[in-house]
Ligand binder design. Structure first.
Ligand SMILES: Cc1ncc(COP(=O)(O)O)c(C=O)c1O
Length: 460
């Protein structure tokens, strides 16, 4: 007898993941039919033409195939060879063998040093797990925190659907808190208090708050005061904090800088509540989404609970070793004076500059379209413009029509959550500049036509 859909667990059936939902499926179908599709639905930099950093790829090449070491220094600079040898020695058996479940200790030590250098705070390599991308890290922590159907996790609205999907999958309750669109998508203590009060009144035991900084899909960058407010809120309510910091290098405005939750948490001596911080090699300037490297670092988690996390991780043995090696390359870039330094700086600078100018181009271009308004894209890789739709139309219909008519694939705002009565879509800033200009132009024409076509007869 075959498997019936009805036999599959309800939590699996209820799980939704808009970033790869029906609109993307249709886009793939159209592409197969020969249509040119611009995939703006997902932050997948290399799929949109971003070149991988040479430093990273050379290290990975040597780790995967150490026989190439003899090509040094004509092909592989000596610092690359040294880094690859250090990784291979650290793993003991190379990339083809499982590592310890928590991840290669030598690489965890490098991650700990990276955090120490960034934040000037003590870091324990044994409080770091290397994971298959940040997604698996977030899932491990959510899995741990959701112990009953009454357990709730506070999630920003709009949010990255990894959170809503995983909370549904693990049988917990999502407790939404709204980001303030009119105020650059910042969050306020009042909104957080309202959200938790409502959840408690509904019988939810709120366990944790997730924060994405810089924000996906909002593009907002939190300042230190905002982060302190969130930590104090979490302390007041005894919540764990999940700090998703995968876009920490993607900051575009001159006055902004990335401040980690760990740093502020340390300054506030917030020892009573657990903090989990996430990072990845998929975003930033590496854009190595396919390599699946990530980590989480935790603070103030009792040993017995950490042992449960280790058990969860060990069920899948360990994170993939190429991803672990990429994390090493990410946290240990070449230093000034090393042979690869100049090229690394040039490549990194070019990527960041391109992202910055596209962030401006996209937000400015969208704001020129009547019926679309977009906050400044201060960080991350996305714009989340608000759209005025004709009565009766949904953002999903809008996104599907946009795809069919222009070949531009975006994700409807409903996939991320949005304030009632508003409509949005999310697009990345990643297509090459010329393509992005094309996207803005096509969007303008499409929006006008769509509005006209669906306007009530009297208004036409
Ligand atoms: C906010 C956020 N967290 C986590 C992830 C997952 O990243 P990874 O590829 O490391 O699993 C993404 C990917 O887009 C993201 O936007």
């Amino acid at each position: 007898m075959t498997i019936r859909l009805a036999d599959i667990g309800k939590t699996v059936r209820d799980t939704e993941y808009a970033v790869r939902g029906p609109i993307v499926a249709r886009a793939t179908e159209l592409e197969k039919q020969g249509r040119e599709i611009i995939f703006c639905n997902i932050g997948n930099p290399q799929a949109l033409g971003q070149k991988p950093l040479t430093w990273n790829r050379q290290i990975l090449a040597l780790c995967e195939y150490p026989e190439l070491m003899h090509l040094a220094p004509e092909v592989f600079p000596t610092d690359v060879v040294e880094a690859a040898k250090a990784i291979l020695t650290g793993t003991r058996h190379g990339l083809g063998a499982y590592s310890e479940s928590q991840g290669v200790r030598f690489i965890r030590e490098a991650v700990a040093e990276f955090i120490l250098e960034r934040d000037h705070i003590a870091v324990d390599p044994d409080a770091i797990f290397l994971t298959d991308g940040a997604s698996k890290a977030v899932q491990t922590v959510l899995r741990l925190l959701i112990g009953s159907p009454h357990h709730g996790i506070m999630v920003p609205i709009p949010q990255y659907p990894l959170y809503s999907a995983s909370i549904t999958l693990y049988g917990g309750r999502m407790v939404p808190y709204h980001l303030d669109e009119a105020n650059g998508w910042k969050l306020s203590r009042t909104m957080l208090e309202e959200s938790i009060a409502k959840a408690k009144a509904e019988g939810t035991r709120v366990r944790a708050i997730c924060v994405i900084n810089p924000g996906n899909p909002t593009g907002a960058v939190l300042d230190e005061g905002n982060i302190q407010m969130i930590i104090e809120f979490a302390m007041a309510h005894g919540l764990s904090i999940l700090a998703d910091e995968v876009y920490q290098e993607n900051i575009y405005l001159a006055g902004d800088k990335f401040v980690s939750f760990a740093k502020v948490y340390h300054r506030l001596a917030a020892k009573d509540i657990p903090l989990f911080s996430f990072h990845s090699c998929s975003k930033g300037l590496l854009g190595e989404c396919g390599v699946r490297g990530g980590y989480f670092e935790f603070r103030n988690v009792p040993d017995a609970v950490a042992a449960q996390m280790l058990k969860l991780q060990s069920v899948c043995l360990c994170a993939n070793l190429a991803g672990q090696a990429a994390m090493y390359a990410m946290v240990r870039p070449p230093k000034p004076g090393m042979p690869s330094h100049a090229q690394y700086v040039a490549e990194k600078g070019a990527i960041l500059e391109a992202m910055k100018s596209r962030a401006i181009l996209l937000a400015d271009g969208l704001n020129k379209i009547e019926g679309i308004s977009c906050n400044v894209v201060a960080g991350a890789m996305y714009a989340f413009p608000r759209i005025t739709l004709p009565a009766g139309c949904t953002d999903a219909e809008y996104a599907m029509a946009l795809l069919e008519e222009t070949g531009i694939c975006v994700v409807p705002g409903s996939g991320f959550g949005q304030a009632e009565g508003t409509a949005h879509f999310r697009t990345t800033i990643l297509p090459p500049t010329q393509k992005l200009q094309q996207v803005v132009k096509a969007l303008g024409e499409f929006h006008r036509n769509f509005t006209e076509k669906h306007a009530p007869a009297l208004q036409r």
